[in-house]
Ligand binder design. Structure first.
Ligand SMILES: Nc1ncnc2c1ncn2[C@@H]1O[C@H](COP(=O)(O)OP(=O)(O)O)[C@@H](O)[C@H]1O
Ligand SMILES: [Mg+2]
Length: 253
């Protein structure tokens, strides 16, 4: 079954490597490295804020936001717990204890746009149509729980209409262009990944927007949940997403 052929794509590290091979995609990929003491030191010095996350995570589980403040102290947050440290060594030791022997990545932190003081990111759904053309079938915003550092639905995030979320950040005319830009990026990612993984029939791209409105690729999901689109009052998007999703399930067998 096609399903098993996509198994390697559970690794965020591998997916990042694949994305970096494409010239028109790589500039939207935030710097991502393996979790090691030296990588943590250099990345936190360079970016001041980074995300530390499991190479094979889902649902926002185990995701940590780590930062250096005023080059003086270090802090990290996981779930609703935040710890601060006066020295890099103690900071690293605490993180390493949390992570243990698991494989983790460090990624440049994106300062996500906020709505009502809650972070949000964007999920772009890209699927093969009945006549096997890639289509960006859905775009939805995910508003994080106010006390959490992830936006995932399974971690208390709220799926929302993307226009509502972007309204206070982008004028109406630019909003449409930005949404088209994110859809275009999703389509390029799908076409590019399909070359190495011909069983791919759909992807869900998590896109983080910062204040400059750069669409940063946070991760590419190869088994995206179609049902979050059913959380919107307007069912138009959901109907198409679910139709293509069921078709994909059938063809995959
Ligand atoms: N580099 C980052 N910058 C800002 N937010 C991030 C970053 N990485 C992850 N996040 C937040 O954490 C969430 C979960 O991370 P993600 O990489 O998508 O892992 P998962 O597979 O658990 O969904 C993202 O949707 C986003 O809200
Ligand atoms: Mg995700």
């Amino acid at each position: 079954m096609g399903h098993d052929k996509l198994q390697p794509l559970r690794s965020k590290g591998l997916k990042t490597k694949v994305l970096l091979k494409n010239e028109s995609i790589r500039r939207f990929v935030p710097d991502t490295q393996k979790f090691t003491k030296e990588n943590l030191r250099s990345m936190i010095n360079r970016y001041e804020m980074v995300y530390v996350k499991p190479d094979r995570g889902t649902y926002g589980k185990g995701v940590i936001k780590a930062e250096m403040e005023n080059s003086r102290y270090f802090a990290y947050q996981i779930n609703q717990k935040r710890l601060t440290f006066n020295h890099f060594d103690a900071f690293y030791t605490s993180l390493a204890r949390l992570i243990q022997k698991r494989s983790y990545l460090i990624q440049k932190g994106i300062h996500l746009l906020k709505h009502n003081n809650r972070r949000f990111d964007i999920r772009v759904m890209v699927q093969l149509s009945p006549d096997n053309q890639w289509e960006a079938t859905g775009v939805i915003g995910r508003l994080g729980h106010p006390k959490k550092i992830v936006t995932n639905y399974h971690s208390g995030g709220k799926p929302m209409d993307v226009h509502t979320l972007l309204k206070s950040h982008v004028s109406a005319s630019r909003r449409e262009a930005l949404i088209q830009e994110m859809k275009g990026l999703g389509l390029r990612i799908a076409r590019h990944m399909k070359k190495s993984y011909p069983y791919l029939r759909q992807i869900g791209v998590d896109i983080g927007l910062d204040r400059s409105l750069t669409p940063w690729i946070i991760e590419v999901n190869v088994k995206p949940d179609p049902y979050i689109f059913n959380q919107l009052p307007d069912k138009k998007m959901y109907r198409k997403v679910i139709r293509y999703y069921r078709l994909g399930m059938k063809k995959q067998k």
